[in-house]
Design a protein around this ligand. Structure first.
Ligand SMILES: *[C@@H]1O[C@H](CO)[C@@H](O)[C@H](O)[C@H]1NC(C)=O
Ligand SMILES: *[C@@H]1O[C@H](CO)[C@@H](O)[C@H](O)[C@H]1NC(C)=O
Length: 394
């Protein structure tokens, strides 16, 4: 039974007939429905076409299996709008300018004494980056608050890495509030639930650390490092926004691979008890430009890469076990390729295409954390031209 819908709704259906078909196929009658056309095409298929269907189509399906995530990511601009843009606050800084003038340049007043600043992080295994972070921020932080769990967000048991390396962080000992928490080990749960659970515990730890109203609180991942001068500016200036996101330069594997400048998740809050909740999402529209560095997967050892890839909230991205092969990982690090063989997460075709392929090498080590340059030998793997990692996994 074939349906054809003429303008007059009374005439419903007519029996299948070649006449009708020829009419529809040949003349592209405006009366033909899409359905009728498809049936007409099907009748015209010959053997070659069927071979095509049975050979090429399965190959396409296999291709989609291998690259499905790439395809959906590539088509992302079609199904997802970019988030609302931030109101970016210009950031003025030069070592030789007084704080008073710096505050004035931002349209802010200067305080008689600086605010107290709390830096709170959930720690996984980023020992080197934590060292850089704390050395960078040390002069301006009242209390460092660190919470670590014996579970990854993906419900795998994790050694207490900070505890094992604590003596390396002697220099913060008198400003450190350290807490541990037992994981819930719920298999198959969305990793973001465990993450949220740990963030709630971090709120408790902050109270134990003695945070009070109007203190500044830095909420960020360990690898999102605000520059020292940014925090100094925010603790000395008055009338700064009560919640301010920090725009950080994105790096991958080391400071050799500068991805872009668009990291925004780190934020600084004027603490309000009962209201301020530790979270890692967007809290406001205000973004202070050029405020530090976000160094993702900046590990010394290949084994740390493998651990992080498994512990990551996006563990589903490890689609094939060879992704965890140490040789492959070392290759990817030196080339600036993607560990998960994914496409850039962008919202326009222009940006996706512009960022496809490896990240270009950068040879600049200007304006990096000072402790990194002062200890260049120890942290060589983070500097341009040193992508080879000790292979402790073979
Ligand atoms: C730094 O500031 C001082 C006084 O404000 C000025 O004399 C000096 O030339 C400045 N140095 C640089 C490198 O701009
Ligand atoms: C994690 O820590 C909790 C509390 O300290 C403990 O009860 C639990 O046995 C630990 N689990 C693992 C796998 O280490």
């Amino acid at each position: 039974m074939w349906c054809i819908k003429p303008d007059a709704a009374t005439h419903h259906c007519s029996k299948k007939s070649d006449d009708l078909c020829n009419h529809v196929c040949g003349q592209e009658s405006s009366e033909a429905t899409g359905m009728t056309r498809i049936r007409c095409i099907m009748r015209g298929l010959d053997v070659k076409t069927w071979i095509f269907l049975f050979a090429v189509v399965p190959m396409c399906i296999f291709g989609i299996y291998l690259h499905g995530q790439k395809i959906t990511y590539f088509l992302r601009p079609l199904w997802e709008r970019p988030p609302k843009p931030f109101d970016v606050i210009p950031h003025y800084y030069n070592e030789n300018i007084t704080l008073e003038n710096l505050c004035k340049l931002h349209g802010w007043g200067i305080r008689e004494y600086p605010r107290r600043v709390y830096d709170a992080v959930l720690f996984s295994n980023e020992v080197e980056i934590l060292d850089l972070r704390w050395r960078e921020l040390y002069p301006y932080i009242t209390q460092f608050v660190l919470l670590e769990s014996n579970s990854t967000f993906t419900a795998r048991p994790k050694p207490l890495v900070f505890k094992a390396n604590r003596e390396q962080f002697e220099f913060v000992e008198n400003r450190l509030t350290y807490g541990t928490i037992g994981g819930r080990f719920k298999k198959g749960e969305n990793p973001f639930v465990e993450e949220a659970f740990q963030r709630v515990a971090l709120d408790q730890l902050l109270k134990i650390a003695g945070i009070t109203d109007d203190d500044l609180l830095i909420m960020s991942d360990v690898d999102e490092i605000p520059s020292a001068h940014t925090i100094n500016l925010l603790r000395w200036c008055d009338d700064t926004p009560s919640v301010l996101h920090l725009e950080l330069k994105n790096y991958l594997y080391s400071f050799e691979f500068h991805v872009d400048d668009s990291s925004w998740r780190a934020s600084v809050h004027k603490y309000q008890s009962g209201k301020t909740r530790y979270a890692h999402y967007r809290h406001s529209d205000m973004l202070l430009a050029d405020s530090g560095w976000h160094c993702s997967f900046c590990f010394r050892r290949i084994s740390d890469f493998i651990f992080k890839m498994k512990a990551y909230s996006h563990y589903d991205r490890v689609r094939f076990s060879h992704y965890l092969n140490p040789k492959r990982i070392q290759n990817v690090i030196c080339k600036g390729d993607d560990l998960f063989d994914m496409l850039p997460e962008e919202y326009t075709f222009k940006e996706i295409i512009g960022k496809m392929g490896p990240i270009p090498h950068s040879y600049s080590a200007v304006h990096l954390p000072s402790y990194l340059l002062e200890n260049a030998e120890k942290y060589k793997f983070l500097l341009p031209g040193n992508c080879l990692r000790p292979d402790d996994h073979l």
